[in-house]
Design a binder for this molecule. Structure first.
Ligand code: ADP
Length: 160
């Protein structure tokens, strides 16, 4: 059974993230969504809120073999602790490349057993980012095309 770790801030979960999770099932049997504390990013939802939104979405959509776990510290340590060597990441156009290139290179130097697999964002999700979703929502825009309903409700609560 192959296990993949899909790490990120997920602040909040978007349809882009869900697409990567669904497509990853073509090459891993189980996925752990590893939620980091945000790595200095400005976070809107605390860890529990982010985990709850993901769990609700997984349950409502009956997405199988996917669990959520928070982690802190080095990603490579979390991956080893879970006894796997596969990291899954999504890649949008050019904007993500530089950062992902550096991260993957560093993780490989820290542990060369671990491989990072990248999935290109689907056409329809190229422009979706958690940051833009938060910004649009803060300005009272409609984000229903970009996030699952479980997340939309929580965004509305935050910005009401
Ligand atoms: P991080 O803080 O680690 O960048 P994110 O939650 O922003 O966390 O993203 C987690 C992963 O999901 C990253 O690999 C990111 O590139 C990917 N991702 C984010 N949005 C999309 C999207 N719309 N389509 C595909 N992948 C995405």
């Amino acid at each position: 059974m192959k296990l993949g770790i899909y790490p990120g801030s997920f602040d909040p979960l978007t349809n882009g993230h869900i697409d990567i999770i669904e497509r990853s099932k073509k090459f891993v049997d189980n996925i752990i969504i590893g939620i980091s504390d945000g790595n200095n990013k400005k976070i809107l939802f605390n860890l529990d809120e982010r985990i709850n939104m993901i769990n609700k979405t997984i349950q409502n959509r009956k997405i199988k073999n996917v669990t959520v776990e928070p982690f802190n510290g080095l990603l490579v340590n979390f991956v080893k602790k879970k006894e796997t060597n596969i990291i899954i990441r999504g890649l949008r156009a050019v904007s993500d490349f530089e950062y992902e290139f550096q991260m993957t290179g560093m993780n490989f130097k820290l542990n060369s057993d671990i491989e990072t697999i990248f999935l290109m964002a689907s056409d329809k999700n190229q422009l979706i980012s958690s940051n833009l979703v938060k910004e649009v929502s803060r300005l009272n825009g409609n984000v229903s095309k970009f996030v699952p309903p479980e997340v939309e409700i929580e965004l509305k609560k935050k910005f009401k």
